[in-house]
Design a protein around this ligand. Structure first.
Ligand SMILES: Cc1cc2nc3c(=O)[nH]c(=O)nc-3n(C[C@H](O)[C@H](O)[C@H](O)COP(=O)(O)O)c2cc1C
Length: 336
């Protein structure tokens, strides 16, 4: 029997997988889509606490739009406890309008422009600062539960020394209610494989729920990661790109039910159309179609003519161009 606190229970952590935050991908359209297909909760793209607190319109837009049918959290990044606290207070004030269930703190981003000033995964090198940031967010969140997403270390040496455990304990002490652990160090970025035993190490050290993250692309992967880590839940990032059906498959597997078949090609394209249409409505055709190129390419994953399809996706400018890409995909699948 897993131990779930109030937040873990609210988020139905043990019932399925959540959608992990992905900058440039987990916008309101994708969050709603994944929730519809069974994600137990979703998280926004990372938002700069500094920019949000200064009234930046683009950052505010990233926080808007809710999570559709599932609880939704907003992820903040920053290196300054004061700015993180201010941003948390601002979001807490708008909690109702935003449909916000929880706040998440980014302690995992490996990008130099984030780690340079000391945010994201750089916080693994400074556990006391990570703890102060967690406390500032918890104390200013007006009772909104707070979670933290972290990696298993900065590099191999740091991982062996247990910095993720130290950060996890400090966050716990600051009042954080849930941790999501991506099983790679900062140095490893997104490859090679993950270190499930290091996620297990964090899970063993804390008495709050832990969600394991990394490389889950099927229901079987999700079950294996839960088994290997003892974690209470699973967060899925890239596996959900072009594949929201994964959430339903994981839900079924966790309930001991038969895993639903993958969608037909017609179903895939129908959901792709709806996804990109929703993006165009959310942010306007110009911005949406540039981001839609990546999404469309993921929906084409595994089809014949991958290179030609990728090129066609990358050339899309208007929503109507999507139909040409879909036509091309059909032609390539039926070629003898
Ligand atoms: C394009 C992209 C953007 C990401 N953006 C974020 C982000 O904004 N915040 C965050 O905590 N992690 C971010 N991540 C990391 C993912 O949430 C996740 O931890 C990582 O991809 C490993 O999980 P996966 O194998 O299921 O994708 C991003 C990953 C990708 C591929």
């Amino acid at each position: 029997m897993k131990f779930l606190n109030e937040l873990g229970t609210l988020l139905k952590l043990d019932k399925g997988a959540s959608l992990a935050p992905m900058a440039g991908a987990t916008d309101a359209s994708m969050r709603a889509l994944c929730a519809e297909y069974g994600a137990v909760y979703t998280v926004s793209e990372m938002i700069s606490a500094q920019a949000l607190a200064m009234g930046d319109r683009k950052s505010a837009l990233l926080a808007a739009g809710g999570g559709g049918a599932a609880p939704f959290g907003i992820q903040l990044f920053g290196h300054d406890p004061q700015a993180m606290g201010r941003a948390a207070a601002l979001l807490a004030e708008r909690r109702g309008r935003l449909g916000l269930a929880f706040l998440d703190i980014n302690m995992g981003c490996p990008a130099p422009k984030i780690t340079g000033p000391g945010a994201g995964s750089a916080l693994l090198k400074d556990p006391p600062l990570a703890g102060r940031i967690a406390r500032a967010v918890v104390e200013n969140a007006g009772g909104i539960p707070v979670s933290v997403k972290l990696r298993v270390g900065w590099d191999e040496q740091d991982m062996a020394a247990g910095s993720a455990v130290e950060v996890a304990l400090r966050c716990r002490e600051a009042g954080v209610q849930l941790l999501t652990v991506h099983g790679r160090t900062r140095r490893e970025m997104y490859t090679p494989g993950i270190h499930p035993e290091q996620i297990a190490r964090v899970k063993e050290a804390v008495d709050i729920p832990v969600a394991a993250n990394g490389d889950v692309a099927s229901a079987a992967d999700a079950l294996a990661l839960l088994r290997q880590t003892g974690a209470d839940g699973i967060a899925v990032g890239r596996g959900a790109m072009g594949n929201p059906w994964l959430f339903g498959q994981i839900r079924a597997a966790l309930a001991g039910l038969p895993v639903p078949e993958p969608p037909t090609l017609a179903q895939r394209f129908s959901v792709l159309r709806g996804h990109i249409r929703a993006m165009c409505e959310e942010k306007g055709e110009y911005v949406a179609m540039r981001q839609a190129r990546t999404h469309a390419a993921w929906y084409m994953h595994g089809l014949r003519g991958a290179a030609a399809l990728r090129r066609a996706c990358c050339a899309m400018e208007h929503f109507t161009d999507l139909e040409d890409v879909i036509d091309l995909a059909w032609q390539l699948q039926h070629r003898g």
